[in-house]
Write a protein that binds this ligand. Sequence first.
Ligand code: AMP
Length: 414
Amino acid sequence: MNKKTIRDVALKGKRVLLRVDFNVPIENGVITDDTRVQASLPTLKVCLEQGAALILMSHLGRPKGKGYEAEFSLKPVADHLAKALGRPVQFAPDCLQAGAQVAALQPGAVLMLENTRFYKEEEGSVKKADDMSDEDYAKKKADMKEKQKAMAQKLAAYGDVYVNDAFGSAHRAHASTAVICKFMKLNVAGLLMEKEIDYLGRAVEAPQKPFVAIIGGAKVSGKLEVLQNLMKKVDTILIGGGMAYTFLKAQGHEIGKSLVENELLQTAKDTLAAATKAGVRILLPVDNVIADAFDANANTQVVGNEIPTAWMALDIGPETVTRYAAEIARAKTVVWNGPMGCFEMEKFAAGTTGVCKAIADSGALSIIGGGDSVAAVNQSGLADKMTHISTGGGASLEFLEGKALPGVVALNDK
Ligand code: AMP
C-alpha cells in the first residue's frame, strides 16, 4: 500500500483520533459478533504501547441523523471494548461535545465517542423532495457539504494524528472517514486498513494464476460492476446464487419462479459474450435445488436447468458443486463474494458450504468478502483455512470493482 501507516509516524504523547468500524450486530444490548472489535485491537494496542491517547470514532447502524437513539448507541460497544482491551474505556455521549474529556486524556487513556451518525452531517447526504427545484436541491446539497466540513473540522480539533482503520467504511466519503483529512496534518492508515488493502490488492493486482472468482448473492445488479472488473483479471468466474437465474434465462432456460431481473437479460447476454471475447470462462449452474415455496420447510428436489413453472431455484445442485470444486482445486488465487444459495435455510446451504469447503481444501490464496459469504465461512467453521476474510462487505466489493475508496485516497502518501 502506498499510504502512510501508524508505523510511519511518531505517536508518543500524541492524541490519536482513530476511526474504527465498530458497526457490529447488537441484540438486546448484547454484541452477537465482535469480529470488527477484535480486528481493530492490533492498531489500538500499537498506539497505546507507543504512548498515545486514543479518541475512537465510529458509526453504528443507520440512525436517522437526528440525535441520540438508544438502539444505535455505541455505549455497549465501548464497554465490550474495555473487556477486550483489558483497560478502561471512557465514553463521550455526544461526539461533538467531547472537548473537555479529550483535553483531560493522559497517554494510554481511551475515549470512545458516541455514534457519529447521530449527526446527519456525518453522511452529508440530502434527499430531493418531490416538489423541489433542481436549483434548490443543488443549494441544499452545497449547504450540507459545508455543514459536513464543519463537523469534520470539529472532530479534527480533538486529535494530533488521524488514523483510519475503518476499512468497512472506506468506500464512504463521510465526515469522519474522509472529509476530516482536510483538517488534519497527519492522516495515516491503521493496521487493519493496511492488511485489507494489501490482501485485496495482492489478489487483484498481481494474482497467481489460475485466478478464480466466485460470485453469488441475490442479484446481478449488485454484482455487475465487480463481474466486469474481475473479467479483466481472472481466468474463471463461477456464478451462483439468485443472480445465476437471470443468466440462465438469458440463455433461454425455463427458470420457473426463480429470482430474475428481466431488465438485465440483455446485459447478462452481453456479459457472457464479453467473457468469451476476453478468454474468461464463466461457469453457470448445471443443476439446482428447487423449492415449491421460499420457506425453510418447503418441498425440494434437484433438477437440471429447466425449472418447473411453480418452482424456484434456491441453491446450486450437487453436480454444480462438484464442477465448481474442481475449478477451485486448480486455482492459486480465489476471490469469493456472495452465497451460492439461500444458505440461511439449511435445505439450501449445501452449495455455499460446498464452495466453502473447496476453498478451504484448495491451498489457494483466498480472499472472502461480503457479509453473507463471511457469515457462511464462519458458520462452516472453516474461517481459519481462509487467507483473508474481509471486515468490509461494501468496501471490499467496491475495491474489487476497481473503484478508489475515498477513505484510503484521503490518507497521506508514503
Ligand atoms: P447479496 O447481498 O446480493 O450478496 O445477496 C445475499 C442474499 O442472497 C442471501 O440472503 C441469500 O439468501 C440470497 N440468495 C442466494 N441465492 C438465492 C436464490 N437462489 N434465490 C433467492 N435469494 C438467494
